[in-house]
Design a protein around this ligand. Structure first.
Ligand code: PMP
Length: 437
């Protein structure tokens, strides 16, 4: 019995999340574009789960691969041992990444990928005799997971506030959002590339030779879907090159096709030194993350400063056989459906429909890139987030799952979405904002 009533006694032990208790959203199944709720409703998934189910829920090829692997080799450590699928998957991933980024370290989540990437950056400099390069630079509104490393470089104050002290020696670039300049922006806005020059200013304050790495999301995701201004990432790359600073792209959201190319870096034409990924790696079916680096960076990390002493990093479930099986099957499915190119093709329709909301009540900004969008809603005075939350609830009641981030409704649907489903998402939002007080 999967009803709300039957499960009620277990809610307290499982979750004390206030929003869930007040209005439980209980899901019992999922296929393709839809979730099935405990009440038996079909819910169009406008978020690909949580930016991860890129090929839609439950492709048979992925579930079959997981099932088969589970009966075959359930577990092997990644310390001094491995299994063939880990090698195969690393090779397949290297085939998707920008030229030169061909070494992969497996982890289990985006948060672990970020912490690993930051450790790789510091270890790289140390291995090259540059142990003083430890400073890390993040960006305001950035999200990099919930580990202490990721929180330290992240730029969402509410996430950081209650957990300090975080890592020291961290600075933050300004975010690139300005409603006036960005309002109703399609793709990459024209304004704001100069904000990358703040990196040069930070470098001059601290001495550039103290900075290990800069980490940014190519498109700020959880902070509200903020596409990078044209030229911004190129300028960051140039400043990093000038000073020997490593550039890390956190591609946990933009990796695996979201922008209409395998990775955000390939879509946007800027190559970092390190990429983090997770989510779409297994189409959300099994937890997995990865860090992809150039040979030069990765080998320095692996060797460490002292050839005789192996550098220590890794997790019990790094390269887990089930995750590797799911990861390989996910790439098979993406390729079979030609999903990344399809995303590039349908992104124009997505953009047009998103912008058809312009002029509807309370909407003050619409942003989109690839199959991502944010609909910014004017808050009620003194009540930040209340109108967007109400709009999100109305969409849910109407059978469409969207996410709220501050005053924005955020959308990141499975990449298999059809034009009719795109219409339904934006029509539902249209009706929701019209019904708002
Ligand atoms: N980095 C980015 C850019 C993310 O969007 C996320 C998750 N939303 C993470 C890191 C953390 O990933 P996880 O929740 O798998 O730890």
């Amino acid at each position: 019995n999967l009803s709300r009533e039957a499960l009620e006694p277990y809610w307290l032990p499982f979750t004390s999340n206030r929003a869930f208790k007040a209005k439980p959203r209980l899901f019992v199944g999922a296929k393709g574009m839809f979730y099935t709720t405990a009440e038996g409703r079909q819910l169009l998934d406008g978020m690909a789960g949580l930016w991860c189910v890129n090929a839609g829920h439950g492709p048979e090829r992925i579930t079959a691969a997981i099932r088969e692997q589970a009966g075959h080799l359930d577990y092997v450590s990644s310390f001094q041992m491995s299994h063939p699928l880990a090698f195969k998957l690393a090779g397949r991933i290297a085939g998707l990444t920008p030229e030169g980024l061909d070494r992969v370290f497996f982890v289990n989540s985006g948060s672990e990928a970020v912490d690993t990437a930051l450790k790789i950056a510091r270890a790289y400099h140390r291995a090259r005799g540059d142990a003083g390069r430890t400073r890390l630079i993040g960006r305001a509104k950035g999200y990099h997971g919930m580990g202490f490393g990721g929180l330290s470089v992240a730029g969402i104050a509410r996430h950081r506030r209650d957990f300090g002290p975080l890592l020291g020696d961290v600075d933050h670039l300004p975010h690139t959002y300005n409603r006036e300049h960005q309002a109703f922006s399609r793709g990459q806005p024209d304004w704001g590339a100069h904000l990358a020059d703040e990196l040069e200013a930070i470098a001059q304050i601290h001495d550039p030779s103290t900075i290990a790495a800069v980490i940014v999301e190519p498109v700020t995701g959880s902070g509200g879907v903020l596409p990078p201004p044209k030229g911004y990432l190129e300028r960051l790359r140039a400043i990093c090159d000038r000073h020997g600073i490593l550039l890390i792209f956190d591609e946990v959201i933009t990796g695996y096709g979201r922008l209409g190319a395998p990775f955000g870096s390939t879509a946007l034409g800027v190559t970092p030194d390190i990429i983090t990924c997770a989510k779409g790696m297994t189409n959300g079916a099994v937890p997995m993350g990865g860090v992809i680096a150039s040979t030069k960076v990765y080998d320095a990390f692996m060797t460490g400063p002292d050839e005789a002493v192996e550098l220590m990093h890794g997790y019990t479930y790094s390269g887990h056989p089930l995750a590797c099986a799911a990861g390989l099957a996910a790439i098979d499915v993406y390729e079979e459906l030609d999903l990344f190119a399809r995303t590039a093709r349908i992104a124009g329709y997505w953009e047009a429909q998103a912008h058809s909301l312009q002029g509807e009540p309370h909407i003050v900004d619409i942003r989109n890139i690839g199959l991502l969008a944010a609909i910014e809603i004017a808050p009620k005075p003194g009540e930040p987030g209340s109108r967007s939350a109400a709009a999100g609830n109305l969409c849910y009641e109407a059978g469409v799952l969207v996410r709220t981030a501050g005053d924005a409704l955020v959308l990141s649907p499975p990449l298999i979405i059809t034009e009719a489903e795109i219409d339904r998402i934006f029509d539902t939002i249209r009706q929701a904002v019209r019904a708002l007080a």
